[in-house]
Design a protein around this ligand. Structure first.
Ligand SMILES: [Fe+2]
Length: 283
């Protein structure tokens, strides 16, 4: 099973540059063209939040138009730049966005996708009005119950906010709400193959509670690679990337393997493929 992950488009209304710099419409169209050109095509695409930049309805209409170009099904979780109600209204056929749990009087999307060889669980870490994320007691109870219902099913979790610090100073001030309870819950569920996140606009990996957690680079713009505590909030227009997660059997063992794919500004920007001649180790 081949799963593509894309994240953080920060789409603006047509004709508007994000932060006066980034043409996020073009970036998203390039990423979709890149995904559609992959061989083999992924079975589905997971989108880990911040599909639009400021929650504007015009941005969601544009999002819907562009995503309709994808040749494979896609599933989304919201990011802190998304407006959940607009997201639901723009994609009424995405029934999983109608289900969830209520936490302190607010609805949160929480859902499972059961018809694939890897069980997929989407988590909504967004509380309107907040930049940082987290999971509350009701969501965690739902997650534990959902995981315990199928302890033998290899499972992939996807969510916007990473439940760990990144060492990018300006992002770490916002501690993931409930991170300790979440970490302890995951450590009791060895069937969790991976936790896929967005939000940090960079490729990041770490060991996490007996599994691996990762952040996907952004489609819109990348956060500056600045690991100082005083790192200011800035971005760069480094190349966009996507992640490909392959659930397969190789050398007789089942594994979830991740590759990074770099999206060019135009087809053929990066030359290749070129023959790579095999050479044995020099004696
Ligand atoms: Fe983002």
């Amino acid at each position: 099973m081949l799963i593509a992950q894309i994240s953080d488009f920060h789409l603006k209304p047509k004709g508007t540059l994000a932060y006066g710099v980034a043409d996020t419409e073009i970036s998203l169209k390039r990423a979709i063209a890149y995904l559609n050109s992959l061989r083999p095509l992924p079975e589905l695409v997971l989108i880990t939040g911040d599909m639009v930049d400021e929650g504007a309805q015009e941005s969601y209409s544009l999002l819907q138009q562009i995503l309709s170009l994808l040749k494979v099904p896609f599933f989304m979780v919201p990011g802190n730049h998304d407006h959940k109600k607009s997201l639901q209204e723009t994609f009424p056929d995405h029934r999983y966005l109608q289900t969830g749990v209520e936490e302190q009087g607010r609805p949160y999307f929480c859902f499972t996708l059961e018809s694939h060889s890897l069980r997929l669980i989407g988590l909504d870490t967004v509380t309107p009005g907040e930049h940082g994320g987290g999971l509350g007691a009701t969501q965690l109870a739902w997650l534990e119950q959902t995981l315990e219902a199928q302890p033998k099913s290899p499972t992939l979790l996807f969510m916007h906010h990473p439940p760990f610090a990144s060492a990018i100073g300006h992002m770490d001030g916002e501690v993931f709400r409930g991170w300790q309870a979440f970490q302890s819950l995951i450590s009791r569920q060895p069937q969790v193959e991976r936790i896929l996140c967005g939000h940090l606009h960079r490729p990041i990996f770490r060991r996490y509670a007996g599994t691996l957690a990762s952040c996907c680079p952004a489609v819109g713009m990348q956060l500056t690679l600045d690991l100082r505590e005083e790192a200011p909030s800035t971005f760069t227009m480094e190349p966009q990337s996507i992640m490909l997660h392959l659930w397969t059997e190789l050398w007789g063992e089942k594994t979830l393997l991740t590759h990074l794919g770099v999206v060019g500004e135009y087809p053929g920007q990066y030359s290749g493929p070129h023959p790579f001649f095999g050479v044995v180790s020099p004696e």
